[in-house]
Design a protein around this ligand. Structure first.
Ligand code: ZN
Ligand code: ZN
Length: 86
């Protein structure tokens, strides 16, 4: 998963946890907001700083949009099939 910086446009890999140095941060969506959560120390981040320019990259940038698009297409197809067989 890569996040694109809104300022300099640089694509960055998921950062290390600033709290414990763990590299397995995972993007999560909770109540419509995105977070990067550390699986080791449970610290969550809403923003991470860009190594290129130092500005804040929202956690949303690290969520995989193609996965959401894929899920949406699957749901549409299922609804269509059910409508057709009725
Ligand atoms: Zn951590
Ligand atoms: Zn940047």
């Amino acid at each position: 998963m890569n996040g694109r910086c809104p300022k300099c446009g640089k694509t960055n890999p998921l950062p290390l946890c600033r709290n414990c140095g763990n590299s397995s941060l995972s993007a999560k969506k909770i109540l419509g907001s995105f977070f990067l959560e550390c699986r080791k120390c449970d610290k969550s981040y809403t923003y991470v700083s860009c190594p290129g320019c130092g500005c804040d990259i929202p956690a949303r940038a690290f969520a995989n949009p193609s996965l959401w698009a894929l899920a949406f297409i699957v749901i549409v197809v299922i609804v269509l099939i059910q409508w057709l067989v009725r």
